[in-house]
Structure formats: C-alpha cells, structure tokens
Write a protein that binds this ligand. Structure first.
Ligand code: FPP
Length: 257
C-alpha cells in the first residue's frame, strides 16, 4: 500500500527517481589518528591527510547540491590532546584558510565559524574573521567550520545571552521559547542538520550540535576520515534516503491508495 508521512517534507521518495539531497549535512570527522597509526605514521600525518578529505568533502557537497556542510574540526575538549598534536591541527587550519580561502571564494562558498571565540590563539582569530568577511555574500554551499566548539558550551553561551535580556527587562522569562533558544545559538542563521555523519565506526555525538540534532538522521560510516570522498558522501545520502523521517508524527495511509 502506498504510504505517505503525515509531517514529512520528504515523503514520496519511493515514486521519485531523484530523491532530494539532504540540504544540511554535518560531519564528525573521526579516525585521523587510526589512519596514521595503521600505517606506522605519526598521528599528525593522519590530520594532514584529513585536510585533503576536507577539500574533497566541500567539493562533493557543492556538486551534490548540499546547502550547508558543517565540519567538526576541533572541539572544546580537544585542547587536552598532546601539545604537538594541538599545534599541528592549529597549523593545518591556518594553512587551509590561507591556501584555500581564495578558491572557496571563487567557488561561491560561504564560510562560517561556530564555537567559542574568546580563548582561541590570537593568530587564528583574524583568519577566521577574514574567511567569514570575504565570503559573506556568497550563495553556493555554506561551509560551517566548528572550531573550539562544544554543544554544551554553546548552550551555556546562548543561555547567558537570554538571561542578560531577561535581566535587562527586554524579555520576560515566560516568553523564552524554543525559537529564542535556536536564535541564540551559534547556528542561528541556518537550518538544523538533516543528516549527521560520523566516520571511523564510532557511534557517538561527542558534544556536537546536540540541540540542533533533535530530528537529524545519523549515519555511521566505517571509513576513516582521511579516506572520506564523494562516494562515501553519496553512500551516506543513500542510507539517509532509506530512512523514514517522521518528526514525532505517524505514518498515514494515502487517501484512495
Ligand atoms: C578526529 O580524528 C579528527 C580531529 C580531532 C581533527 C580534525 C582536523 C582536521 C581534519 C584538520 C583541520 C580541519 C580543517 C577544517 C581544515 P582523531 O584524531 O580523533 O582520530 P582517532 O579517533 O583515530 O584517534
């Protein structure tokens, strides 16, 4: 029997030869260290190779028509890694912005950064601002880099913003609602992820987009991040298409079917 979903904007894939791509995709890039260690290389080599996978992912997202691609590049907890590794990742981020920004801009990619800005290295801050400012008016894929990002920290910062508005009398406590919380998060300007991918076989959210993931589909891929490419992204999208998104609703039989 033909079915459609009561509140699912994606209903009807079954009859369509080209189901729509998920517009908003977020990726937990995991497995750089294991990729390197399995080859007898230092972990830092895995991160270097991981940047190539970042380039491939951004290109593939543009080709597939993904609107927003969010990449978890450095968490607020990653500072506890050995200094050498932290320095390597910082260096790679700087190189990525310096070398790739012009190309991203040419491709019409808009770069946005989420995460706390107050405790990041002084030489990185202006690079992040430059990337955002240069690409501000671009309209193809939006590349969101989660840097020094932790979902709990983001929710605390959002709560502080709202508490300050309540304290000043601008907003009444009873008027605080889900929309106000969403609008106070770092991700206020774009939609929640339809699809969250994690590579390397691990199945955790690790403090990533916890509020925004309320109705996301999760796809866990076995491939390690340095091996991620367009085919892996397509594989994740194919798995996404096999899911029923109900947003808390129920399946209803199509009238007359
Ligand atoms: C997870 O692998 C990866 C990271 C914590 C860092 C990701 C950073 C990059 C790919 C480079 C910079 C990013 C951009 C956007 C240019 P892991 O080290 O936790 O791997 P493991 O679980 O195998 O140890």
């Amino acid at each position: 029997m033909a079915e459609q979903l009561a509140s699912d904007p994606f209903h009807g894939f079954g009859g369509s030869s080209q189901p729509p791509v998920p517009e908003n995709v977020a990726i937990i890039m995991d497995g750089n260290g294991r990729w390197a260690q399995s080859r007898g290389l230092p972990r830092t080599q895995g991160h270097r190779k991981g940047v190539e996978a970042v380039r491939a992912a951004v290109r593939a997202a543009g080709e597939l028509g993904i609107k927003t691609l969010t990449l978890f590049s450095f968490s607020s907890e990653n500072w506890s890694r050995p200094a050498e590794e932290v320095n390597e990742i910082m260096g790679l981020l700087k190189i990525f912005i310096r070398r790739d920004l012009a190309d991203l801009h040419k491709e019409g990619v808009r770069v946005s950064i989420i995460g706390a800005r107050d405790n990041i290295p002084e030489d990185i801050k202006p690079l992040l601002e430059e990337a955002e400012n240069l690409t501000r008016n671009n309209t193809s894929t939006r590349l969101v880099i989660a840097f020094n990002y932790g979902s709990r920290d983001e929710i605390v910062r959002a709560t502080q913003k709202i508490a300050a508005r309540v304290a000043s009398g601008e907003v009444r406590a009873q008027d605080v609602d889900q929309d106000m919380i969403s609008a106070s998060l770092d991700t206020a300007e774009w939609a929640d992820p339809d699809l969250i991918i994690r590579t390397s076989g691990e199945q955790r959210l690790s403090n990533f987009l916890m509020w925004q993931a309320a109705y996301s589909e999760f796809v866990f891929l076995d491939c390690l991040w340095p091996d991620f490419d367009k085919a892996e992204l397509q594989n994740a999208i194919d798995i996404y298409h096999s899911r029923d998104r109900r947003y808390g609703g129920v399946k209803v039989a199509k009238a007359g079917a």
